[in-house]
Design a protein around this ligand. Structure first.
Ligand SMILES: C[S@@+](CC[C@H](N)C(=O)[O-])C[C@H]1O[C@@H](n2cnc3c(N)ncnc32)[C@H](O)[C@@H]1O
Length: 209
């Protein structure tokens, strides 16, 4: 929790309270429906919350923006980002119903007004979003295939509307067909080399050459 404050010192008392409440909510819901490993619950703030917020170091979402979190699982990166950006609209999607149940319980437990969830495959989702965020769901070509057509053209943001994907490893092969992809290293934003998945990939909507 101290790490959240260290790297996001501008959070309000309300946001601080919500971040602090996450641990008990996940512990409680995970004991009923096992969606996050026990080790992960113990290391929730570092492995999940701070890691998810890495996306916010790359792009600050403006008021009224719409964000789709694809394959949110237990709510990552969507829930921490929704706490950090209360005036931004988040839609969290997962194809597994019990994961969405946990996300709903956590979101309701926190009283988040800016989160809606959908239990579906992302391919079935209609609508356009400013950004699509994700972590650990599919290789880039598959992912792009799923989400192309769901990104709004107009951008009010510093980065062009598109995908922001938390990824690890050597991405040169995976990204070879996407010359417009930009790779941001999380270690440039955090003093310590915290994370196993160390990069945020930004792929703008018009990703082709
Ligand atoms: C490895 S988990 C990652 C969960 C979360 N993003 C995280 O990083 O903790 C991958 C998730 O993607 C979901 N998923 C996979 N393919 C999907 C699809 N086509 N549409 C929606 N969800 C999908 C799975 O159900 C699973 O919950």
């Amino acid at each position: 929790m101290e790490l959240i404050q260290k790297y996001f010192p501008e959070i309000t008392p309300d946001q601080k309270e919500k971040f602090a409440a996450l641990q008990d909510l996940y512990k409680d819901w995970n004991s009923k429906i096992n969606v996050v490993s026990r080790k992960d619950v113990d290391e929730l703030y570092l492995r999940h919350v701070l890691h998810s917020l890495g996306i916010a170091k790359v792009q600050t979402f403006k008021k009224g923006a719409s964000i789709l979190d694809v394959g949110t699982g237990g709510g990552f990166p969507g829930i921490p980002l929704a706490i950090l950006f209360p005036e931004v609209n988040f839609r969290l999607v997962d194809s597994i119903g019990k994961k969405i149940k946990v996300v709903n319980e956590v979101s309701e437990g926190l009283g988040l007004q800016n989160v809606v969830t959908t239990n579906a495959r992302v391919e079935e989702i209609d609508g356009k979003f400013d950004f699509i965020v994700s972590r650990a769901v599919a290789a880039m070509p598959t992912f792009v295939h799923w989400v192309q057509g769901k990104i709004a053209k107009e951008s009010k943001h510093e980065l062009k509307n598109g995908i922001l994907y938390l990824k690890g490893g050597d991405l040169s092969e995976e990204l070879q067909d996407y010359p417009k992809a930009t790779i941001y290293e999380l270690q440039d934003y955090f003093e310590e080399d915290f994370f196993e998945t160390k990069k945020v990939v930004h792929l703008p909507m018009k990703y082709k050459k």
